[in-house]
Write a protein that binds this ligand. Sequence first.
Ligand SMILES: Cc1cc2nc3c(=O)[nH]c(=O)nc-3n(C[C@H](O)[C@H](O)[C@H](O)COP(=O)(O)O)c2cc1C
Length: 228
Amino acid sequence: MTDSTETTAAPLTHAGRRAPEPLDPRTAEVFHASVSDPLARFTGLLELARANPHTREPTAMSLSTVDADGQPSSRIVLLKQLDARGFVFFTNLHSRKGRAIAANSRVALLFHWQALEVQVRIEGPAVLVQDAEADDYFAHRPRQSQLGAWASEQSEELASREELIARFKKLDEKFANQPVARPPHWSGFYVAPRTIEFWRNQESRLHERERYSRADERTPWAHALLNP
Ligand SMILES: Cc1cc2nc3c(=O)[nH]c(=O)nc-3n(C[C@H](O)[C@H](O)[C@H](O)COP(=O)(O)O)c2cc1C
């Protein structure tokens, strides 16, 4: 029997890995553009990632929350809008993340665009969007996704996939020949950035790190370089 403290796994190495995709040559220029405005700087990098054929989900971001017991958890969500308020995503308010945010609105977002070798970290409070905004976004989703939002009791235990599919079919019949209304427990949040940190891979581990911070949206951004 293996001692539980012993590890049988081989250490992770680069052996046998596929060669990485070539890096986007425009990264350095875009990374150093719009330095006075971190949101514009972010947008430039997002557009570059979007244009890169090796980036499948440029708007995918890790969302980390901390629940009422202080337990952190992370998951991927999609950035659906970026404006002066901040970074908008949509989700089920009854989900694990929804409950965590209700207890503690302080969250962190993380983007990693491999083809650019760039990471962006964002921290700030998550604020519920207005109902009208959630209605508008929901109305533009494909019908199947709208029904899925009703069918899925996101993060709850599920007895079987059949149960979920049966629920979906029932809802399909219920909403036949009529628009699917937004579930009241399905909405969006914007993350109002209080810190935004840009990281870019450099040789000898002398990576570039730049942090912007501000106490609230009326305060100008403070900018600092950080040790890698
Ligand atoms: C690429 C990708 C995109 C996703 N986008 C969303 C999203 O926009 N909103 C969402 O609620 N879940 C999204 N998910 C699912 C979440 O990662 C997660 O499984 C789900 O929201 C439940 O999380 P929770 O139990 O922590 O609340 C996405 C997952 C992946 C892999």
